[in-house]
Write a protein that binds this ligand. Structure first.
Ligand SMILES: Nc1nc2c(ncn2[C@@H]2O[C@H](COP(=O)(O)OP(=O)(O)O)[C@@H](O)[C@H]2O)c(=O)[nH]1
Ligand SMILES: [Mg+2]
Length: 247
């Protein structure tokens, strides 16, 4: 009698674990990928659609564009697509997860579109891509500063009432600052070194630190990671870390 009760309990527990596994893998997480033109947003989206090495593309030819709605006087954001992807835990275990993400262009005229996308889709995980480009005017840093300031202060300034209302309660669950193209700026020795001490200490992040601090102060957790979207280095771990930080 007792043993069959225990067995029944174990079976129920096993069933619950299985249900949890199904839930974890099918529940969708809303992710937004932003950053200046040519930092690798489209490449990352393509990688998430089909992992593996990707063909190189020239930036100009693939530059992402959006239609302009003349009546509403604004660009029309793309729809988010659902992707079933593999993520990789600290223990190098692979799990399936479902994400919703869209590919938005990085030209400065689209900046307002990023902000709209955040609130419209109630984006939970922000992946902000930067790279090691020559940036004499500091545009890459200034854009991240403006973006994070708007989020931290909830200073959205939408004209539509509906959106303004939505924006009042909007807050992302995590912001990941991701230095892409690590194949170009992170050599294997450096990589091994930072694996021990944490890639977040790499000087590539230095210019952005004050803006991350502002987010933290506003109660928004942040992450610093590096990936190569083109070669698929560290992408599965990045998504794992983001989903873990948001839950
Ligand atoms: N070496 C290298 N090049 C990359 C990487 N990710 C993207 N690129 C290249 O950078 C250029 C711009 O990428 P794209 O995804 O179009 O950037 P987007 O404008 O942000 O969508 C393309 O030529 C990509 O092949 C990477 O991890 N390493
Ligand atoms: Mg693009």
């Amino acid at each position: 009698m007792v043993s069959s009760l225990v067995e029944g309990g174990a079976m129920a527990w096993g069933g619950l674990l299985y249900l949890k596994h199904l839930w974890d893998s099918w529940k969708s997480h809303r992710i937004g990928i932003y950053g200046l033109w040519a930092c690798g947003k489209t490449t990352l989206n393509r990688y998430l659609n089909t992992s593996g090495d990707l063909e190189e593309d020239t930036a100009r030819m693939t530059s992402t564009a959006h239609p302009y709605d003349k009546k509403k006087k604004q660009y029309v954001p793309p729809n988010a697509t659902r992707k079933r992807i593999h993520v990789l835990s600290e223990a190098n275990q692979s799990f399936r997860r479902t994400i919703l993400s869209s590919d938005i262009g990085g030209q400065s005229e689209y900046f307002n579109l990023w902000v709209r996308d955040l609130v419209l889709r109630d984006v939970e995980v922000i992946i902000y891509l930067v790279d090691s480009r020559d940036d004499p005017d500091g545009l890459q840093e200034a854009t991240f500063r403006d973006f994070t300031r708007i989020i931290a202060e909830r200073d959205f300034r939408f004209t539509e009432r509906k959106l303004r209302k939505k924006a009042r309660n909007y807050q992302p669950k995590v912001v990941a600052l991701v230095a892409n193209k690590s194949d170009l700026w992170l050599n294997p020795d450096e990589r091994a070194y930072y694996e021990g001490s944490g890639i977040g200490r790499h000087p590539i992040f230095d210019a952005y630190r004050p803006h991350l601090v502002r987010l933290q102060r506003a109660g928004i957790p942040t992450l610093k990671r590096s990936i190569s979207a083109l070669h698929g280095y560290d992408v599965e771990r990045l998504i794992w870390d983001c989903l873990k930080a948001k839950s």
